[in-house]
Ligand binder design. Structure first.
Ligand SMILES: C[S@@+](CC[C@H](N)C(=O)[O-])C[C@H]1O[C@@H](n2cnc3c(N)ncnc32)[C@H](O)[C@@H]1O
Length: 275
């Protein structure tokens, strides 16, 4: 099987225990630190474990280089783990103290969040915040960003939080507010910087060529943009006869799981089986 977002190896560990000594588990991740953690977590498994540092958009090439012609299971648990979101150096979270506005998980990417915020014209910024952040105040936020950057370059998460809060006329994060005002703008920039939707589209398009007959593709997504792509891809390929969709509705975490892991509340799991 291939776990294209091995992270700290939580899912892979559970699957690896089922695979047994003849199984091969390939774990991919874009982030070196996650791979180090996965290595420690998966060290005692009986199956062969191969960890590869790569974007999952390159999964077909990676499996080819390893000499694998078909896999029984592809698992993707999209997005980032809590440790990455909390990593001040990447600047993914608006909750961090003032850190550089970067957001690249993959160091080989060239464009940072600061490049977008300072370089896009006002309309393109508003469209990005609307499309990827689904924030109805996108035009106003874009206007405030452009106004501020005429005075100084926007380089830190703190500056951006302050701009968004003033655009939305909120003084700052309120401890009891359900959503921080900057949540959607940060989500939009993170998706754009890390090319998250493009990577997912590539994974969806190559998956049928990598799966053996009756092999499974399981994808956990965390926001409606990703889940929509998965849902329509599975539906389309079911009507072409490539897949059988096993999840008519996506599987969600139950209350007990959400109690111990709050981020699971927005997770949606969809599974397809190759014909
Ligand atoms: C939610 S975590 C996965 C957690 C994992 N399932 C576990 O049990 O520990 C998502 C992981 O996917 C990685 N990731 C995100 N986008 C990626 C991409 N395009 N290619 C490869 N890895 C990616 C992140 O670095 C992160 O480690």
């Amino acid at each position: 099987m291939v776990d294209v977002t091995v992270g700290h190896g939580g899912h892979s560990f559970l699957f690896g225990r089922k695979l047994g000594p003849k199984g091969v588990l390939i774990g991919m991740d874009i982030d070196s630190l996650s791979l180090q953690r996965a290595q420690a977590r998966l060290a005692d498994l009986d199956c062969q474990v191969v960890l590869i540092k790569s974007n999952f958009a390159r999964v077909a090439e990676c499996l080819g280089e390893f000499g694998l012609r078909g896999v029984d299971f592809i698992l993707a648990d999209l997005g980032f783990c809590s440790a990455q979101l909390a990593d001040a150096e990447i600047g993914l979270s608006f909750r961090n103290e003032d850190v550089p506005l970067d957001m690249r998980i993959d160091e080989s990417l060239e464009t940072t969040a600061a490049d977008i915020v300072n370089g896009y014209d006002e309309k393109a910024l508003a469209d990005l915040i609307y499309e990827y952040g689904q924030d109805r105040a996108s035009r106003r936020i874009a206007r405030f960003i452009v106004r501020r950057r005429q005075q100084e370059r926007i380089t830190t998460t703190g500056q951006l939080v302050e701009i968004v809060c003033s655009a939305l006329r909120r003084p700052g994060s309120r401890p009891r507010a359900r959503k921080h005002p900057a949540t959607r703008t940060f989500q939009a920039l993170r998706i754009a910087v890390n090319r998250e939707l493009e990577n997912l589209k590539t994974l969806l398009s190559v998956a049928p060529t990598l799966l053996k007959k009756d092999g499974y593709l399981a994808i956990i997504s965390f926001h409606s943009l990703e889940d929509g792509l998965v849902k329509w891809d599975f539906k389309g390929k079911q009507s072409e006869g490539t897949y059988r969709v096993l999840t008519k509705k996506p599987i969600a975490a139950d209350r007990d799981e959400v109690m111990v892991n709050r981020r699971a509340r927005s997770a949606k799991l969809r599974i397809a089986q190759k014909n």
